[in-house]
Design a binder for this molecule. Sequence first.
Ligand code: F6R
Length: 261
Amino acid sequence: MEIVITATPESAAEMVADTCERLLKHRPEAVIGLATGSSPLPAYQEMVRRHRDGRMSFAGATAFLLDEYVGLPPGHPESYREFIRRELTDQVDLSEDRLHSPDASGPDPAGAGVRYEQQISDAGGIDLQILGIGSDGHIGFNEPSSSLGSRTRMKTLTAQTRRDNARFFGGDQDAVPRHVITQGIGTILDAGHLVMIATGSSKAGPIAAAFEGPITSMVPASALQFHPHTTVVIDEDAAVELRHAGYYREAFSNKPDWQHL
Ligand code: F6R
């Protein structure tokens, strides 16, 4: 695993945008997995800037969201599909028919997971999966106790996650849906390259638990330790609980170039 500690949240965002830019240059038809939530937002803003500058094109790419709330009507501004359209895909040249999200508002949310897995497989799998991490260590919406081999399916959010996400629903925890459809941990681990971004002191505990603690379903992000190509991009605040931060700086952060990412 590459654990890259950046001086600022802005440089973390640039590094994630660099990784995506490099992939799209090398493979314009790449399949990209997109996280929502606040962590990747600065990286998406950077990608939009680079697209406007003519540096990045998504014209040949396909995107899959990590997860979606169950029960929000289509077009709800806090549905993850609307979120990603607003923050990224409507602002770049990714065509809407190549933006995929779990069908969480249809009549059969339970079957939507199986159909989503098929769509990912039909697209040839995900090349690059961008991830955030929840305060309880979740990835996607795989909450603690999720099977480390799980596939896309419905899950129930913990009270902690609904509290954390109330900020997107006017501060009202009761307005946060209880259920979601999320790529499973097994689904996430199938992607070619996993890039997690986490910034700020609230992520320090979950980052240390996930990458320096044991692999356990109690910290779903710890499953990333199984993956042969994981890059964890964190700022100084998110690194404060890492015991081996000095080593990571020496091994990964001070390299003059980032060709290995
Ligand atoms: C969102 C997702 C979640 C978030 C996590 C962190 O698609 O899959 O795992 O990445 O809840 O959210 P933020 O970034 O808002 O702290």
